[in-house]
Ligand binder design. Structure first.
Ligand code: AMP
Ligand code: MG
Length: 502
């Protein structure tokens, strides 16, 4: 009997070994950069890893081996960091960053391990243990914020906003100490890279220009290969221009869906123009540019309406790093870089206006249209109208006469808008259909995210998250379950606060 049990155990262990060791081949291009850029370090083992959330669609897109799909234990081992992918060399990246305007010369991955790359994307564990960048931190992540990152990043991706994604959440079987002991977890993030403004600031602050140049080449190769034709100072300026444009596109997308990042420090600002670091982020309900939810953002530095200004400030920090490479004379370097920053503001303004135009069914907006758009925003703000619902109702109203679903406070604006739509010379049904592509029916509302999180934590299962995720993955469609999650909170999230403490 004992022999049979031992044999079964051995066979099972051998099968699992095979599943893990044939999992997927990772590359790691960061290794070519050299030891200045990272620390080679393995994740700290988790006592009892258990798969909590799994993103099968993303796993398929990344080409994970089929065998892994059937083996929950193997997945828990791999995505907790207990087992490594066959040729993975885990590293913690070095970076600096301006946090709330103050420079910190050394931040780095204090609780994250970059396992390697697959299909041009980074595979990174977060909450996987201490590194030399951990300072006082425990290197761990609590389950709540890990689920939150999974839900929010998947929702943003489905909304069409550039974002890192989440492949898995694994509970570690250990408690982590936050304001009280809470379950620990590891979240697997997939991003087109983890290069941040802070990665460049790290070398600039140490006056390591050679490394700065190397990092720029690496970033160009990865994100802007079309810029490889440029040489010398032109190359740096073209790189800045590319990053700036990607950043404008990102912030405009945040503004389209009502996303508030909450902690736009330069270390959380991706060079690829993707949303990264889902900490204290939240969604705006009623329209107000001053909306802030993060408990540590007391002065509203990262409020909804400040995001473009802050992105520009972050881009100025990036440009600063390149000044010594652009020209040895600081003044002339500044003169060369400055127009790009001015252009950032202009480009944002025009992209933002065109984005709003599309939300109300206009193919393009001129000066007069801009006034019309501003009147709408001002009424929404004055009357505390819900951002998502208002645009949703406007799209609907074109298909239903009389348009009783539109809030009475925007009635005067509404007639003007309808007149303006005549000039589009398109059937209303076509305009409504076009508007639908720019106006989600569903966003990951804070009160629903929190309720789902709590249910998951209390029950120790991700079951409560599945129906929510299912509708969040089709945010432009009206699914059977959509209405359940569309409501704005009764108190307008007046007392809602988010926290960094992942
Ligand atoms: P974040 O607020 O997540 O952008 O993190 C800012 C910095 O603090 C980064 O260098 C993180 O790696 C580090 N950090 C945050 N939480 C922890 C933690 N629990 N343990 C170690 N380092 C952490
Ligand atoms: Mg961060």
């Amino acid at each position: 009997m004992v022999l049979v049990l031992v044999s079964i155990f051995l066979i099972r262990a051998a099968e699992q070994w095979a599943v893990v060791h044939q999992a997927m081949l990772l590359s790691n291009s960061y290794l070519c950069l050299g030891e200045d850029f990272f620390q080679r370090i393995k994740p700290s083992p988790a006592i009892k890893p258990k798969l909590f959330l799994w993103n099968a669609t993303l796993a398929t897109e990344l080409g994970l081996t089929e065998a892994l799909f059937d083996d929950e234990v193997a997945r828990a081992q791999l995505f907790s960091g207990n087992e490594l992918f066959p040729n993975s060399t885990p590293i913690a990246l070095a970076y600096a960053g301006h946090q709330f305007g103050h420079f910190n010369p050394q931040l780095g991955d204090g609780r994250a391990h970059l396992l390697g790359e697959v299909k041009g994307c980074d595979l990174q564990l977060k909450g996987s243990g201490r590194t030399r960048f951990s300072r006082g931190g425990d290197g761990r992540c609590a389950l709540g914020p890990a689920i939150r990152e999974f839900i929010m990043s998947e929702a943003m991706h489905a909304l069409g906003v550039p974002s890192s994604r989440a492949l898995a959440v694994v509970t570690t079987g250990e408690q982590v100490i936050r304001d009280r002991p809470v379950p620990g977890a590891v979240v697997t993030r997939v991003a087109s890279s983890h290069l941040r403004v802070g990665s460049f600031e790290y070398f600039y602050a140490q006056n390591k220009l050679e490394q700065l140049n190397k990092l720029c080449d690496f970033a160009i190769e990865r994100h802007f290969p079309q810029l490889k034709v440029f040489e010398g100072p032109e190359r740096y300026l073209a790189f800045l221009d590319g990053v700036f444009k990607a950043q404008v596109n990102l912030i405009v997308e945040w503004m389209r869906v009502g996303f508030i990042h909450g902690v736009m420090n330069t270390d959380n600002c991706s060079i690829a123009g993707e949303t990264i670091d889902y900490g204290p982020c939240a969604m705006m309900n009623s329209y107000n540019p001053n909306t802030v939810y993060s408990s540590i953002d007391q002065n509203g530095r990262y409020s909804f309406g400040n995001q473009a200004g802050i992105a520009q400030w972050n881009m100025a920090r990036l440009a600063e790093c390149f000044l010594p490479l652009i020209d040895s004379d600081e003044k002339s370097a500044q003169q060369k870089a400055m127009p790009l920053l001015t252009e950032f503001a202009q480009h944002y303004h025009s992209q933002h206006t065109q984005m709003l135009a599309k939300k109300v069914g206009l193919r393009a907006a001129d000066g007069e249209d801009e006034k019309l758009l501003n009147v709408l925003l001002a009424s929404m703000r004055r009357h505390h109208l819900d951002y998502t619902q208002t645009f949703d109702q406007l799209s609907d109203s074109l298909l239903h006469e009389p348009h009783e679903r539109v809030d009475e406070h925007i009635e005067p604006w509404y007639s003007q808008w309808r007149q303006r739509l005549d000039a589009e010379q398109r059937p209303l049904s076509e305009i409504a259909e076009e508007m639908r592509k720019h106006n989600p029916r569903l966003i990951p509302r804070n009160h629903h995210v929190e309720a789902v999180l709590q249910e998951c934590i209390d029950s120790g299962s991700a079951q409560a998250a599945e129906p929510f995720l299912a509708v969040l993955r089709k945010p432009y469609e009206l699914m059977a379950n959509t209405p359940h999650y569309q409501d704005s909170p009764e108190d307008g999230d007046r007392y809602y606060q988010t926290f960094c403490g992942t």
